[in-house]
Ligand binder design. Structure first.
Ligand code: GDP
Length: 368
């Protein structure tokens, strides 16, 4: 059997078969690397040469090992969540692995929200949502990985709470963690000295470490896959289409009962009882189609994948059937389709929200 080779960047065991796995290197690159006596996995290679981080998936065992290391370290936890998908950003049982370490909660994708929304209110909302999940952050911060100037504020805040300790950046996939880390690396100017060059033989811990001035590290951990994420029901293309890239312009409808809104072919909202202004917060390009509830089933069957898109034709095969959730709302509330967007519904309403099977529908206090 061939001798085991480890990446000199991250220490992962090199393998040439699983593209999305830890330590993946194309065979050609491995041969070249062996000749030169320095083998990098594709992820570290890209990081060195293009300032770019490729996502990897870890097996549960590797991941748990990495997480228990965080608990044993006296460190600051930088917990990145997606402001547009707060519930989908929750790491199940986070306390189990961060232990008593303080958490700085970072709400990313702030740019998706209109400027007119008060940031102080959004921060307060974020804190309340976290508390409701049993998380008591030492501070909350809004940021946008797409805005380089905000990264400096983020780094200064990390510095303030780090108190000469390591900081671990944690988050589920798709919250924008890689984009943030890439910005931090850019801010640090170049990559050459940033990757650890030590080896960890026999381990497959895949992590990026960026040194602070005092020698402690900012450690990026792999994204945790949240079970009911949109990524499981949409193709990559459709997922991209529904992910807001720009500031959201909410759409408001005056609805009376027995009316239906379709959100492409991915979600559906039936107003069963009540009336008033219903506001929808989804990617601006996602079509909202209004129809009569009585015709809605037939309309959907006839048009999903053709007129009601996404999904496109390929996506239709992957998309599970929509599941109906009937809700009665005493107070004005947001009804969230996790990972897709939300609908703000007036008080005293009875509604049915349809979402792909496996995608959660949750009620929360209105963000706006
Ligand atoms: P990761 O899986 O957490 O590492 O997430 P990525 O960095 O790959 O980002 C996931 C998606 O969110 C990509 O489509 C990014 O372009 C987008 N994204 C990341 N950060 C931001 C942000 O601050 N604002 C907006 N609008 N999109 C973002």
């Amino acid at each position: 059997e061939a001798e085991e080779v480890y990446c000199i960047g991250c220490g992962a065991k090199i393998q040439t078969t699983e593209k999305d796995g830890t330590g993946y290197t194309p065979q050609g690159a491995l041969d070249k690397g062996l000749e030169k006596g320095e083998v990098y996995c594709q992820r570290c290679f890209r990081l060195r040469h293009y300032n770019e981080i490729a996502p990897v998936s870890l097996t549960d065992d590797d991941f748990l090992r990495l997480l228990s290391q965080i608990r044993d370290d006296d460190a600051l936890i930088v917990y990145v969540v997606d402001m547009f998908d707060f519930n989908g950003s929750m790491i199940p049982g986070i306390h189990r692995f961060v232990g008593d370490n303080p958490i700085l909660l970072v709400g990313n994708k702030d740019d998706v929200f209109p400027k007119s929304m008060k940031r102080s209110r959004m921060k307060e909302w974020l804190k309340q949502q976290a508390n409701a999940q049993g998380i008591r952050p030492i501070d909350v911060l809004l940021t946008s990985a797409k805005k380089p100037d905000e990264i400096e504020t983020l780094l200064n805040t990390i510095e303030k709470y780090r108190k000469k300790r390591n900081a671990y950046v944690v988050g589920v996939t798709n919250v924008g963690k890689s984009t943030l880390i890439n910005q931090i690396i850019r801010l640090n100017n170049g990559t050459q000295d940033l990757i650890t060059t030590s080896r960890f033989p026999g381990t497959t811990l895949d992590k990026i470490e960026i040194p602070f001035a005092d020698g402690k590290m900012l450690i990026d951990t792999p994204g945790i896959v949240h079970e009911d994420q949109m990524a499981h029901v949409l193709t990559g293309k459709d997922l991209k289409y529904v992910s807001p890239q720009k500031t959201i312009k909410p759409k408001t409808f005056q609805l009376s009962d027995q009316q239906t809104l379709f959100f492409g072919g991915i979600a559906r909202f039936d107003y069963l009882r009540g009336h008033g202004a219903v506001s929808t917060y989804f990617e601006n390009n996602l079509m909202v189609h209004r129809t009569k509830l009585a015709n809605a089933d037939e309309f959907y069957d006839n048009h999903v994948g053709t007129y009601l898109t996404p999904p496109d034709e390929d996506g239709l095969e992957k998309l599970p059937d929509l599941q109906r959730h009937e809700l009665h709302l005493e107070n004005r509330s947001d009804v969230v389709v996790e990972g897709l967007g939300w609908i703000t519904v007036p008080e005293h309403s009875t509604v049915a929200v349809w979402a792909p099977k496996g995608i959660s529908v949750v009620i929360r206090k209105p963000l706006v």
